[in-house]
Design a protein around this ligand. Structure first.
Ligand code: PEP
Ligand code: MN
Length: 332
């Protein structure tokens, strides 16, 4: 159950009431939000006097649910807003990994030349093998920071485990929680303690409910700036890297109140499918796309097969702009 306490409720009373109903709680503007397990179906009479409004819930999709908030939440990324009543679609682009100053500067210049605001580059890469390139770490984060200072872009980068969370929070505008980290509660709880937007990628073996519950960890800790990212799930098909779950995206749009970003790059795994998928995803009505682009994909240190080259990316952005205009979306 989600409970809004009355506006003048003191911190002490909020704490007491929360303990009484075994609720998590956080302060939102000038009132407290309490979240109990979904088993509680009625407000106990002992706390009624402090309660403004309450929403019983069927399961643990609570703060992220349409039953609680029947509109899409807004999330601000620098000076760009997605979700809410905006028709903005954020096009997040950049290489899979930050590899050198030259490479990331070039990718940043590509983004700004196309009037795109949000650069992505991984510095702590969650690789399947310990022998593959693991990312530039803190040096990479400092390069991203340099890009935002010198070129005015917003940056998004991933946190691989809770040991780097402080650094990633400091140097990024959006924290990416990767598919393999979706269940990492150390990371999710740390993300709840900041107000930086958090983009959570769906684990490739996770149900939609589990995906939404990962978002609940961040929301229930008081960070309401959560974005969901569908990046493909594992099916029996091996012809493509993963299977982009667009039915799942329709489900997320129907049952959750969070902005949604689609990542065709990791789902497809091959550059040849990315343009078609990006256009389909845009037409479906989402809040953002995440597309990998590299100055020389063949030489990329991670995800070489799926990254677009600059010509392919530029052409795709042109096509997406036409489509966005026809559909009344603004590419940002
Ligand atoms: C990535 O975004 O580069 C990445 C590793 O993605 P995922 O966590 O979806 O596998
Ligand atoms: Mn990648």
């Amino acid at each position: 159950m989600i409970i809004h306490l009355k506006k003048n409720t003191s911190a002490e009373i909020a704490q007491k009431v929360a303990e009484e109903v075994k609720a998590l709680h956080y302060k939102k503007e000038d009132f407290y939000v309490l979240i109990t397990g979904s088993g509680l179906k009625e407000v106990p009479s002992s706390i009624e006097v402090h309660v403004d409004q309450a929403w019983p819930m069927k399961n643990d999709l609570q703060l992220a649910s349409r039953s609680y908030m029947d509109k899409k939440r807004e999330v601000k990324i620098g000076d760009v807003t997605i979700g809410g009543d905006t028709n903005n679609v954020i096009l997040i682009g950049g290489p899979c990994s930050v590899e050198s100053e030259g490479q990331i500067t070039s990718a940043t210049e590509l983004m700004t030349s196309l009037q795109l605001s949000t650069l992505r580059g991984g510095c702590y890469k969650p690789r399947t093998s310990p022998y593959s390139f693991q990312g530039m770490g803190l040096d990479g984060l400092k390069l991203l920071d340099k890009m935002r200072t010198n070129h005015g872009v917003n940056v998004i980068t991933e946190v691989r485990d809770a040991t780097q969370i402080e650094e990633v929070i400091e140097y990024s505008d959006v924290i990416q929680v990767g598919a393999k980290a979706m269940y990492d509660q150390g990371i999710l709880r740390a993300c709840a303690k900041t107000q930086k937007p958090v983009l959570i990628k769906r684990g490739f073996g996770s149900t939609l409910q589990e995906f939404a519950q990962a978002a609940e960890f961040v929301l229930s800790g008081g960070n309401e700036n959560v974005i969901l990212c569908e990046r493909g799930i594992r099916t029996f098909e091996t012809g493509t890297r993963f299977t982009l779950d667009l039915c799942g995206v329709a489900w997320l749009k129907e049952y959750t109140n969070l902005p949604i970003v689609l990542d065709p790059s990791h789902a497809m795994g091959y550059a040849y499918g990315i343009a078609d998928l990006s256009k389909a995803c845009l037409a479906m009505g989402v809040d953002g796309l995440l597309i990998e682009v590299h100055p020389n994909p063949k030489e990329a240190k991670s995800d070489a097969a799926q990254q677009l080259n600059y010509d392919e990316f530029g052409k795709l952005v042109g096509e997406l702009s036409h489509l966005a205009k026809a559909l009344n979306y603004n590419l940002v």
